[in-house]
Design a binder for this molecule. Structure first.
Ligand code: NAI
Ligand code: MG
Length: 493
């Protein structure tokens, strides 16, 4: 591991960040309780600013504002094309302020600045994509029996509670605001407690773009309090959540009391399968990116690396060589390749899994330790000789830790790839189109990559089979989850 990044000077200056309010009914306000909590820089462990903490009272105000905007305000009667124009305007404002937003995102999430810039492009793309949809969400005329005219209307679900995580703060916000607003819903969003800053800046840009008061409300606070209050509120029609499946279970049970709609995106333990006939240069590079992108804090991380036996030894050796070159350091330094994990809690969880892996008999080939003694850095880590039933092969570690699992045949690897309660993503590396397409058909996952990894575009549906989720985000598919279908039947004379 190179520590050279420590001696380099920053290319990007850290901004001064003021304390963060809540955004309710088009205004920035303190929380009703006046309570605050700190936002932290994970590269140093130091506080960046204080953040207003919402409780049930603030949630109630936000839901009331969102309901008012849904039922009474200009949003209700606005032409669909004008909703699209507002989204285009927001995209333009994000684009104009992209560098400032990327720096803030890197500062608070630990994401390296070059990745943060990529995320910002994704945000702009997402808003533009859904802006285009706003006036293309159509019903149908239906040929019913008898002398009737039946047609369907697609109307907003209503007030949508959106609860997002810390790994892609702005991108997750865009994936949720885009389709919700294009379909005419109003939003009460809770940002992750680890990353409470950039979403507030987006609220400011939404105000500047001209979204009417109450259409978008943004809160900060903890899951068990603020998040739970959104889920429990009878004035919220739907919850869209991204995070851990254990949290989703709690949310689904709580949502049952009011029979809210729920959509979930819940991470994975994605199989990345390398056949011996693959282009090994590309596959090594791909496997590296699959697990270490954003320090493994990625729902689609390629954390189960199946390598066909004849190629395994060389493959692992080459992967280990590359990890030694990886530069860990300041996320605001443009030469840094891996930043810190988001929090002490996440770092401790990851290091706990490394210990468990060693105890259960896997062979540590690279990494395995905390990097430095400041901030929450973890070395890129490789385990070889991993057995399918070890904890490091079953649980989502959400860090830079890959488990290498040898395999011998297509059937064997498909069965083992599917032997998990997760089903978010999978990838296959081979030059044999038959193997590639068989694998793509048989693997139980919402996204399959062939000879590539982490290629996610706002235009294609994204979500999980099994316990990796319910519903789909992105693409046209997301619109189904933000509209109710109404049938209107007219008796003709
Ligand atoms: P989490 O699922 O607890 O938190 C995600 C969001 O849900 C946050 O905004 C949080 O405040 C909120 N939340 C938590 N409990 C809630 C509740 N009872 N009601 C309503 N909202 C609630 O995830 P956490 O604790 O940040 O990370 C733990 C693990 O979850 C990670 O190690 C990783 O394995 C997984 N995760 C997966 C993500 C993904 O992209 N699918 C993103 C973040 C975490
Ligand atoms: Mg949690």
């Amino acid at each position: 591991m190179s520590t050279a990044a420590k001696t380099r000077s920053r290319a990007v200056k850290a901004p001064k960040v003021t304390d963060q309010p809540l955004f309710i009914d088009g205004k920035f306000v303190d929380s009703a309780s006046d309570r605050t909590f700190p936002a932290t820089n994970p590269a140093t462990g130091e506080a960046i600013c204080q953040v207003a903490e919402a409780d049930a009272t603030d949630v109630n105000l936000a839901v009331q504002a969102a309901r008012q905007a849904l039922e009474k305000g200009p949003w209700k009667t606005m032409d669909a094309a004008d909703r699209g124009r507002l989204l285009y305007k927001l995209a333009d404002l994000v684009e104009k302020n992209a560098e400032e937003l990327a720096v803030l995102e890197a500062l608070n999430s630990g994401k390296i600045i070059t990745d943060a810039r990529g995320d910002l492009q994704g945000v702009v793309n997402t808003f533009r994509y859904y802006a285009g949809w706003a006036d293309k969400i159509e019903g149908r005329t239906v040929p019913v029996r008898g002398n009737f005219l039946s047609y369907t209307l697609r109307q907003p679900v209503g007030v949508v509670g959106q609860i997002i995580p810390w790994n892609f703060p702005l991108l997750m916000l865009a994936w949720k605001w885009g389709p919700a607003l294009a379909c005419g819903n109003t939003v009460v969003m809770k940002l992750a407690e680890q990353t409470p800053i950039t979403g507030m800046r987006l609220a400011e840009l939404a105000l500047e773009a001209g979204f009417p008061a109450g259409v978008i409300n943004v809160l900060n606070g903890y899951g068990e309090t603020t998040g739970a209050a959104i889920v429990a509120h009878p004035g919220v029609d739907k919850i869209a959540f991204t995070g851990h499946y254990e949290t989703a279970k709690v949310i689904q049970k709580a949502a049952a009391d009011t029979l809210k709609r729920v959509t979930f995106e819940l991470g994975g333990k994605s199989p990345n399968v390398v056949f011996a006939d693959a282009d090994l240069d590309q596959a090594v590079q791909g496997a590296f990116h699959a697990i270490y992108f954003h320090g493994g804090q990625c729902c689609t991380a390629g954390s189960r690396l199946f390598v066909e036996e004849p190629a395994r030894k060389e493959f692992v050796q080459r992967l280990a060589e590359k990890t030694k070159e990886r530069r860990l350091g300041d996320p605001l330094d443009e030469s840094t390749q891996q930043g810190p994990q988001v929090s002490q809690e996440q770092m401790d969880k990851i290091l706990g899994y490394v210990q468990m892996g060693q105890k259960q008999g896997a062979r540590l080939v690279a990494g395995g330790k905390r990097h430095g003694d400041k901030g929450y850095f973890v070395e890129p880590t490789i385990f070889d000789g991993v057995k399918d039933d070890m904890a490091i092969a079953r649980d989502e570690i959400f860090g830079p830790v890959v488990s290498v699992l040898p395999f011998k045949s297509v059937d064997d690897v498909i069965e083992r790839a599917n032997n998990t309660h997760y089903g978010l993503a999978a990838a296959v590396w081979t030059k044999d189109i038959d193997k590639a397409h068989c694998f793509a058909r048989e693997v139980r996952a919402g996204t399959v990559w062939v000879n590539c990894y982490h290629v996610v575009d706002t235009t294609t549906p994204f979500g999980g089979f099994k316990m990796s989720g319910q519903g789909r985000e992105n693409g046209e598919a997301a619109l189904d989850h933000y509209t109710e279908v109404k049938t209107v039947t007219v008796k003709l004379s």
